[in-house]
Design a protein around this ligand. Structure first.
Ligand code: 2HG
Ligand code: ZN
Length: 516
């Protein structure tokens, strides 16, 4: 079918104003926040209902034109960015929030509702979503589901898949699956909800999500602890977790990342003198200990490896400390376009990883400046390498880092996903049996390759290690100790981050900035 016929058909489905083709209006949908991924879509289509999504998918399938669902466009791996000629399926208008069921502790949300909107609805009922991260004002629940996002609360409440009870999605043939009974025990057949979570738009278009809410504990304080090394940070975390049940969120960043934040965001430095590494965590009032704050102060003061501590209780002071961590992404981006990797290591390999990373990177990109930060409880390191994009033109830098991660038994994508950025390296930690099973699932649910083709899995006709976008790549070897593992939920769950949203941000500074 000629493109003009498809566009006319799409206009009939969603209305003229919601089929966007003029270049200026399309631009924000066509490039990602990192400025690394971009394409020239045929059009941006903005449906308002699940019936319209279904009709759009059917029309695109009939015309043989692939489409890519997009939420807040806050993803970092190119999963929600169009490739040339694709239709962007913006989920922005499916932004309803509610109803909330306080008894069953669930909240319905359209795919285009932002995380912050869902948080506000849950909090107004004394509950919470149990997910949080800096892009909360832009990232959408549909994108969060599609990418199985993580974030800052994972250590307590789990990644997105632990916080989602049900969902609604449109499959590649336009049919609609809806599993939103709210029943928490349901072993009726294959778990399509969990299959679609984390499928990055390749198996279905998520149109609504039923969030599994948590009963929040009151946060009594936030601590910023200065230490010498990652090992020291883990020692502190271990000691604190031994004495306190309610540790929520444990983040880390280095001196150089803090410097960038202080420079670019004009914030006050937290300590008089610099320290190599900082551990940031929240203490919740789980045990109802009236003196928890004082007891924590005493515990930290007694630990040899602690060089300095800033312990605060008010909302404003807590936000000030959290900004030092949450603004790292923006500060890095203000400095330049980084090679951005998101990896996780077994905790006992974290320190070795950081040491070896410096050597490995120096060999392939002599002037690279690594800025490392992340979610230390999960061993999740956000590796941002400044001054290395040129050297990574054929993937050499990425490959060196991911080879190291795989050799240490880690995960090459902890919470950001695979998208276009990481697909070439999937075989590093996924066996050929894994790859075949994943391909079979894709083939069964999307035989024509209409939904987000080329994301996550390399094109079906080509072996994974011969990705045409990386012609010089040689086949990576699979380390003996890299069997994929299932992350165990923490006491009650965990947190996540990623894609989607109802509005595409145009500048680095609009990505996060929200109240905590
Ligand atoms: C975070 O934890 C996000 O702040 C972004 O996952 C990480 O910018 C990054 O590399
Ligand atoms: Zn993160």
């Amino acid at each position: 079918m000629p493109a003009v016929d498809l566009l006319a058909g799409l206009r009939e489905i969603v209305g003229d104003t919601h089929v966007v083709t003029d270049p200026d209006s399309v631009a924000p949908y066509a490039q990602d926040w990192t400025r690394r991924w971009h394409g020239k879509p045929l059009a941006v289509v903005r449906p308002a209902t699940v019936a319209q999504v279904s009709a759009v998918v059917r029309a695109c399938a009939a015309a043989g034109v692939p489409l890519v669902p997009q939420g807040g466009n806050t993803g970092l791996v190119g999963a929600g960015v169009p490739q040339d000629g694709e239709v962007v399926l913006s989920m922005a208008r499916l932004d309803s929030v509610g109803p909330l069921d306080p008894l069953g502790r669930t909240l319905m949300a359209g795919a285009g509702a932002t995380l912050a909107q869902a948080q506000r609805a849950a909090r107004s009922a004394g509950l919470d979503v149990g997910l949080d991260f800096s892009a909360r004002d832009t990232a959408t629940v549909g994108g969060i589901a599609a990418t199985n996002a993580g974030g800052e609360r994972v250590m307590r409440h789990g990644v997105a898949r632990f916080r989602i009870r049900g969902l609604e999605a449109v499959l590649a043939d336009g049919s609609v699956v809806r599993r939103m009974s709210g029943v928490s025990k349901d072993n009726t057949g294959y778990d399509l909800v969990q299959l679609l979570i984390g499928s990055e738009g390749t198996l279905g278009v998520i149109t609504a999500v039923q969030l599994d809410l948590i009963r929040p504990h009151k946060i009594v304080g936030t601590a910023l602890v200065a230490v010498r090394s990652v090992d020291d940070a883990l020692t502190v975390l271990h000691a604190v977790q031994h004495d306190f049940t309610g540790i929520e969120a444990a983040e880390f960043f280095h001196h150089d990342g803090l410097q960038l934040v202080l420079e670019h965001e004009r914030l006050a430095r937290p300590f008089d003198r610099p320290h190599p590494l900082y551990l940031l965590f929240d203490l919740a009032d789980d045990d109802g200990r009236p003196d928890a704050f004082e007891e924590l102060t005493e515990l930290l003061a007694g630990l040899d490896c602690v060089r300095d501590v800033c312990l605060v209780a008010t909302a404003a002071d807590r936000r000030r400390l959290w900004e030092l961590r949450e603004l790292q992404t923006e500060a890095v981006s203000a400095e330049g376009i980084p090679v951005k990797l998101d990896v996780a290591l077994p905790l006992n390999q974290l320190s070795l990883f950081e040491r070896r990373l410096a050597e490995v990177v120096r060999e392939v990109a002599r002037h690279a400046v690594p800025i490392l930060f992340g979610h230390i409880a999960e061993g999740n390191v956000h590796v941002n390498l400044l001054n290395a994009v040129e050297e990574d033109a054929d993937g050499a830098v990425t490959e060196a880092v991911l080879d190291l991660v795989a050799s240490l038994g880690g995960s090459i994508s902890a919470e950001h996903g695979i998208g276009l950025a990481n697909r070439r390296w999937l075989p590093l930690t996924r066996s050929s049996a894994d790859m075949s099973a994943m391909r079979a699932i894709k083939q069964a649910l999307d035989p024509e390759g209409i939904l987000s083709p080329g994301r996550m899995l390399p094109e079906p006709s080509r072996p994974a290690h011969k990705d045409p976008s990386r012609p010089n790549h040689s086949e990576p070897s699979r380390p003996a100790n890299s069997e994929p593992h299932r992350p165990a939920p923490a006491k009650t769950g965990r947190k996540t981050q990623n894609e989607a949203g109802h509005q595409v941000q145009k500048s680095a500074s609009s990505r996060s900035r929200s109240s905590r």
